[in-house]
Design a protein around this ligand. Structure first.
Ligand code: NAP
Length: 248
């Protein structure tokens, strides 16, 4: 079965690890190309946008893709919407992985905001030390609050033109451990954490560390998506196996 996995996440890598070497599947991973040095992929990989819905339709048809797995990040809403629109035309099977969002636990001090501009507003006017873990592409709004001291963590450094004046860049790729998060937040005197509600295990340790240290969290809500129960890698594999048996 010819499969296209829309990737850029740990789930896509885990799915690839499960499919590699399985003769029933001929799978390709698709990356947007945002990261200059992406993590090594186990499956053949194509890089770059398709050119909107029409481009994706053309790709699915040209490559005779039989199953499309949307394993993109919960904040990659456009790609997910494009995949739904494309399969509505081509009839390709589609399964979208869904991580449950993170939810507050006792001891958490979260402020919920709808987007990055609201997150910056929520930081207020009193200067403080802020740990920002939202990816390098969305940091420009921080320039609206230049009085804070920022520690900004991303896989690759952001564009210098997007940065606020008082910023330390930490480049690192998850998963992250609780003890390392505790150390980073303590050593930098962090008072507030700004994060997207990505969900998942790989980057959840910062929330445990924030709770333990009494650090406030500004939690950016996910873009709206169609309602769907959580769907993980194991479910995706069962779905593929069932589809292969039906096809055979
Ligand atoms: P997005 O806003 O949903 O997508 C913007 C455009 O980028 C899409 O219309 C598509 O271009 C292209 N694109 C996105 N994902 C692609 C993929 N897997 N393969 C090929 N083209 C893709 O996406 P985004 O938020 O910029 O995220 C880009 C990638 O980074 C995704 O693969 C996502 O899984 C990963 N990622 C995102 C975040 C985040 O916070 N947003 C965090 C971690 C990882 P065309 O319309 O030209 O096809």
């Amino acid at each position: 079965m010819k499969i296209l996995i829309l990737g850029g996440t740990s789930e896509a890598r885990r799915l690839a690890a499960a499919l590699v070497g399985d003769a029933r599947y001929d799978a390709t991973i698709s990356l947007a190309g945002r990261t200059r040095e992406p993590a090594a992929q186990l499956l053949p990989t194509r890089v770059g946008g398709f050119g909107g819905v029409d481009g994706l339709i053309a790709y699915l048809r040209a490559e005779k893709i039989e199953a499309l797995i949307d394993a993109t990040h919960p904040f990659a809403a456009r790609m997910s919407a494009n995949s739904r629109a494309a399969v509505a035309i081509t009839g390709t099977r589609l399964l979208a992985l869904r991580r449950p969002p993170w939810t507050e636990r006792p001891g958490d001090r979260w402020t919920h905001v709808p987007d990055m501009n609201a997150a910056v507003a929520a930081l207020g006017t009193v200067p403080q030390a802020v740990f920002v873990t939202i990816g390098r592409q969305d940091v420009a709004p921080l320039q609206a609050a230049p009085w804070h001291r920022y520690v900004l963590r991303s896989v690759e450094p952001p564009d210098p033109g997007d940065l606020p004046p008082d910023v330390e860049i930490v480049t690192a790729r998850g998963p992250f451990e609780r003890d390392d998060e505790l150390r980073l937040m303590r050593n930098s005197g962090i008072e507030t954490l700004v994060t997207k509600n990505a969900g998942g295990e790989a980057t959840a340790a910062k929330l445990d560390a924030a709770r333990e240290l009494g650090i406030a969290v500004v939690m950016i809500a996910r873009p709206a998506e169609p309602d769907s129960p959580p769907i993980g890698v194991e479910t995706a594999l069962s779905w593929l196996h069932a589809a292969t048996e039906r096809g055979a």
